[in-house]
Design a binder for this molecule. Structure first.
Ligand code: 6CS
Length: 344
């Protein structure tokens, strides 16, 4: 997938808008049943696609409405689908804070290293019950024209690199791809690497041509996107879990009946419950598939001593987050810490 310069992206957006609106007007008799469009950043069989499929099933089972799913690439990159959702061309968009952080600075909190645990059961309780997520972030997303419906985990992120990594020193001179998020850039700078923000579509080719030499993602994604073909070492530092979020266009959501709003919230809850169970054991299972496909791949789980420099860097990144976001970010960070403690 190419990334477009701003002007041609707007033109591309216009073409997508025109064709989607044409479909809407043809398919919209004055009946009660609506057809809603939902785009996400992954393929249909990846975690966001499985979540989206469950959401669609719940909507279609409990109403006359239909949901049309648009997996990664069908409407462009992550930034493109966010623009389309904000413009009201799409009713739903799934975007990770890795990209939303550029739009909502406080959402970068998910990239303060070692803030989130790697324990999946703890995470499952946290996203569901957290005040920061279910109340505080709602207002911040609303200010960008988005109704935040759910945040959910996609698994511990692992680094994949061309050379082995056993500490920060091994990241020196490594051009490390990160999502387009200023705090993630700061993290990898603090880890000692040369951070390189890129949209997802440029990662495989970038590794293949050695423009970049590393990237991070959850284990299932390393297998499904075949990133193991273009990197040789997997390293678990425990520094983060991948967070993602489902949102609706706020004007669309506010214009719905209370009954339809409940239908959507219930579908998001059903999809959430399904996806956390679906991911139990997923990372281990997908790691085995990587090893079967490429037995020479090395897998290293860093010990406490090896993690020390990443943990030291985390303090610097947390301070940077507060510097970037001020009182609002500080309040979210403190609330997240309290929520994590309460859901232990
Ligand atoms: O690294 C990325 O850009 C992608 N990673 C995941 C797990 N999902 C979508 C996102 O675009």
């Amino acid at each position: 997938m190419r990334s477009y310069p701003d002007h041609s992206r707007r033109a591309a957006l216009g073409v997508v808008a025109a064709s989607l609106l044409a479909v809407t007007s043809l398919a919209a008799p004055a009946a009660m049943a609506d057809s809603w469009k939902y785009a996400f950043e992954e393929a249909i069989h990846e975690v966001q696609g499985v979540y989206a499929t469950k959401f669609k099933e719940a909507i279609e089972k409990n109403s006359d409405h239909t949901v049309q799913l648009f997996p990664y690439g069908t409407l462009g990159e992550s930034a493109d689908i966010m623009e389309q959702a904000q413009a009201g061309i799409l009713q739903f968009v799934n975007q990770s804070p890795g990209f939303t952080g550029a739009l909502i600075p406080e959402a970068q909190v998910f990239f303060v290293p070692y803030l989130l645990p790697t324990d999946q059961a703890h995470l499952a309780r946290f996203y569901k019950e957290s005040k920061a997520i279910n109340e505080d972030f709602k207002g911040l997303y609303a200010a960008q024209g988005l109704e935040l419906l759910s945040m959910y985990p996609e698994g511990e992120v692992a680094m994949t690199t061309k050379e082995p990594v056993t500490g920060c020193a091994d990241l020196e001179e490594v051009k490390f791809r990160v999502m387009t998020n200023p705090l993630l850039v700061e993290s990898y700078r603090a880890f000692g690497a040369t951070p390189t923000p890129l949209p997802w579509g440029e990662v495989y080719g970038g590794l293949q041509t050695n423009i970049i030499q590393g990237q991070e993602n959850p284990t299932f994604f390393l297998y499904s996107t075949k990133i193991y073909e273009v990197t040789d070492h997997i390293t678990y530092t425990g520094h983060n879990n991948f967070t993602t979020a489902l949102m609706a266009n706020k004007d669309f959501y506010d214009g719905l009946s209370a009954e339809d709003q409940k239908l959507i919230r219930d579908a998001a809850t059903a999809a959430y419950d399904y996806i956390v169970t679906y991911q139990e054991g997923l990372a281990e299972q997908e790691l085995k598939k990587i090893m079967a496909a490429k037995p020479e791949m090395t897998v290293t789980v860093l010990n406490d001593e090896q993690r020390a420099c990443f943990k030291e860097a985390a303090e610097e990144v947390e301070a940077k987050f507060i510097e970037m976001t001020g009182d609002s970010g500080k309040a979210i960070l403190e609330q997240m810490k309290a929520d994590l403690e309460a859901t232990k």
